[in-house]
Design a binder for this molecule. Structure first.
Ligand code: TRP
Ligand code: SF4
Length: 327
């Protein structure tokens, strides 16, 4: 039986951090064996909010592909590509925009949300309103069955289903309706105990050097009630401990837990140990990144091959679309 097809994308708005790894990437990596995976860098989508200052997008695209490869996305197993290099997305976006009622887009909760949150940017553009239409084109172009996304993206997949249904109703059955596949997320907090995020400036990046990782860990907020070294701590409220759970061997985690509760270990020492575990866990990622940074030609080949493979499918779909609408 043919593998089911999965498709997902990320906007290249900056380097990826541990929150992205545990939130999305780890899931993608796992799905590679079971599904026919298409993963792409949504650089046109980055333009919807960063159109005034697009200068860094190309370098974020390169950086993102290295981030992906470094954590184990594999060009042999998956089709890895860049949106803007498959111009068929723009054509399908145009056609879908003809059949998408504006109220569907105005109702989109992320649209209203983002306009408020990104109030420093003028997002009263046609492209920003049409964001989900471009996303629908991305998804149905490949006739994806499943779209692994976080909760915030579910409304976009819902709009995609509605657009696919409307296309099929108007022009005949071309597109399957994709399903959102909710990513099971381990929530990762930054040093300040807020959700790890680029915009909070509290993130540990996949591309951080071991020195940077150690330095960031040393600034982690610990149990706020543990004022002095001799006070017992509560690992349950400490983000350093959450990281130990993710990155330190289980037997050592149990030891740290009881040592913290008995004030047998100080926070400085505890952080040092956590930094060591984290750096060790990130070492293979760091090494892979170095590999690709030293071989830009190989990186370009991977992008070219993936994009060509995606384009093959996109050309086929567009032939069907043009036949269906007879233009
Ligand atoms: N909107 C998604 C995000 O911001 C990125 C994206 C663009 C996407 N096109 C997609 C995700 C298609 C899944 C499928 O995270
Ligand atoms: Fe957190 Fe470790 Fe300090 Fe306990 S000893 S409060 S787990 S940093």
């Amino acid at each position: 039986m043919a593998k089911k097809r999965i498709l997902s994308g990320m906007r290249p708005t900056g380097p990826l951090h541990l929150g992205n790894l545990h939130g999305a990437l780890a899931n993608w990596v796992e799905m590679q064996d079971e599904y026919d995976c298409f993963f792409f860098i949504a650089d046109w989508h980055a333009l919807t909010s960063d159109y005034e200052d697009p200068g860094r997008i190309p370098q974020y695209v390169q950086h993102m592909m290295i981030d992906w490869l470094s954590v184990g996305l594999s060009p042999e197993k998956s089709t890895l590509f860049v949106q803007s290099r498959v111009p068929e997305h723009a054509e399908l976006f145009l056609i879908l925009s003809m059949i998408t009622p504006v109220p569907w887009l105005e109702r989109n909760p992320t649209y209203k949300d983002q306009i408020v949150q990104l109030s420093n940017k003028d997002l009263s553009t046609f492209g920003f309103l049409g964001y989900p239409v471009l996303q629908a084109a991305d998804i149905i172009m490949y006739k994806a069955h499943g779209v692994p996304v976080g909760l915030d993206q579910v409304p976009h997949v819902e709009i995609t289903r509605e657009i696919a249904r409307r296309f099929n109703y108007l022009y005949g059955e071309v597109f399957p309706e994709p399903q959102a596949v909710l990513t099971k997320t381990a929530k990762v907090l930054g040093w300040d105990r807020r959700k790890m995020s680029k915009s909070y400036n509290n993130a540990i990046y996949l591309s951080d050097t071991p020195e940077e990782v150690a330095d960031k860990v040393s600034r982690f907020v610990t149990d706020p009630n543990r004022a002095r070294r001799k006070d017992p701590g509560d690992p349950g409220v400490c983000n350093v401990f959450s990281f130990h759970r993710m990155y330190t061997d289980a037997d050592k985690v149990a030891e740290i837990e009881s040592d913290c509760r008995s004030a047998g270990i100080g926070c400085v020492e505890c952080k040092k140990r956590m930094a060591a575990s984290l750096i060790e866990a990130l070492a293979p990622i760091y090494e892979k990144r170095r590999y690709y940074e030293e071989r830009p030609g190989e990186l370009q080949d991977i992008m070219r091959t993936g994009t060509e493979r995606a384009r093959e499918v996109a050309r086929q779909t567009m032939a069907e679309v043009r036949a269906a609408i007879k233009i």
